[in-house]
Write a protein that binds this ligand. Structure first.
Ligand SMILES: Cc1ncc(COP(=O)(O)O)c(C=O)c1O
Length: 382
């Protein structure tokens, strides 16, 4: 789809890049199934747009955060296996079952509520127990597994389909000792289930970095997020990949963020720009006023530091990022005019501005840069 002249800003999602990234992960994963992690509005890329591409790529598992995301997918007609990775209030247990969503369980109360709801609806639910292996986020301690199993054994509506866990420190370092410790804990839990005579068909702990670096974490399902969007989980992941003599995946960024110029004007030398008068021009300066601000997800910490691309050239952001506007210096791009295209993330001609670059400038990670792009901005699959 081509950007309409009526749009003042939009996000382009490259179908070709997404399919390329799926292919790269499929090669790495071999027999292991791929779950597309599409929580957080598909990391800002657009839940339904990305689900459509993932379905086209033949992906059978979707990972979402909330009941609401799962329901939105069902309402849009997606019939894939959808696993809720986050938390669903006890009072909404029935909705999970009615929509045939799978859910992650780490509280006994959740399991009881699901058991009661499934009895009432006379309909089963597939559950995945999340094992605490060292992230100390969600997860049930292995010392409490007995209670969960007893309840599952007594509840015919609860189908224990999966065991899962999540790595705490796989992206931040090239040292693999903590992931190995977590993997050991996970394996102990997996073995414990086998000793109990419980066959749990699906086991999953791998995120993008684990999928790329450690085949021993793949089991039969890998939950891949950031990599599908063409972004490396971290520099350390890429370095680890090279250190291990592995061929790095050829990932292509999927998202471009674009807008149109709302005003072009020239101000004199010594003029202040924007709130707080934080920038003062050192020459007569031509400015492009761009209708994108922190409301849209363009971080305020990019004030006076980031650049955008206009006509394939860099234009420095001057002054503070406002709620709905930024100002860019286009003095050296004289042909700039009203409604010309601006690239906030993406490529124009020979120039590029990546989510990683913005993340470095903003003191965060690419995950946050893309995920926080306002969901109200149209996503166009191109
Ligand atoms: C539980 C869970 N699984 C998988 C992922 C995917 O991780 P990544 O985006 O690094 O592939 C996430 C991401 O935050 C997660 O929270």
């Amino acid at each position: 789809m081509k950007a309409d002249k009526k749009l003042i800003q939009w996000v382009e999602i490259s179908r070709q890049a997404f399919l390329n990234n799926v292919g790269e992960f499929k090669k790495r994963l071999g027999q292991t199934e791929l779950m597309a992690v599409i929580k957080g509005n598909a990391y800002g890329h657009g839940l339904l747009e990305v689900a459509g591409l993932a379905a086209e790529a033949g992906i059978k598992w979707f990972g979402v955060h909330s009941l609401e995301e799962g329901l939105a997918l069902r309402q849009a007609g997606f019939r894939q296996k959808i696993l809720v990775l986050g938390y669903v209030p006890l009072a909404q247990s029935s909705q999970l079952i009615e929509a045939e969503l799978r859910t992650t369980v780490y509280n006994l109360q959740t399991l009881r509520a699901l058991s009661a709801a499934s009895r009432q609806l006379k309909k089963p639910i597939f559950v995945h127990l999340k094992i605490e292996t060292g992230a100390n986020r969600q997860g049930l301690p292995t010392s409490k597994l007995d209670n969960f199993i007893n309840l599952i054994r007594k509840s015919p509506g609860l189908i224990l389909e999966g065991l899962s866990s999540h790595f705490a420190n796989i992206e931040d370092t090239t040292d693999d000792s903590y992931p190995r410790y977590q993997l050991e804990n996970f394996l102990k839990a997996v073995n414990w289930f086998e000793e109990q005579g419980l066959k749990v068909p699906v086991r999953h702990i791998a995120c993008s970095a684990a999928a790329i670096l450690y085949p021993e974490t793949h089991f039969n399902l890998a939950r891949v997020g950031i990599g599908l969007y063409g972004l490396w989980p971290s520099k350390e992941t890429l370095v680890s990949c090279r250190l291990r003599g592995q061929e790095p995946l050829k990932l292509k960024p999927v998202l471009s963020w674009r807008a149109r110029i709302a005003q072009v004007k020239t101000v004199s030398r010594g003029a202040y720009i924007g709130y707080g008068c934080t920038y003062r021009t050192t020459r007569p300066t031509k400015l492009a006023i761009i209708p994108v601000g922190y409301y849209d997800g363009y971080d305020r910490s990019l004030s006076n530091s980031a650049y955008v691309l206009i006509k394939g050239r860099r234009a420095q952001v001057r002054g503070r990022v406002c709620m709905d506007f930024i100002m860019a210096d286009v003095t050296d791009i004289p042909e700039v005019k009203l409604e010309d295209q601006v690239t906030l993330i993406g490529t124009e001609g020979k120039e590029k501005i990546s989510a990683d670059q913005l993340a470095n400038l903003a003191g965060t990670i690419s995950y946050e840069i893309v995920t926080r792009i306002n969901p109200l901005i149209p996503r166009l699959v191109v």
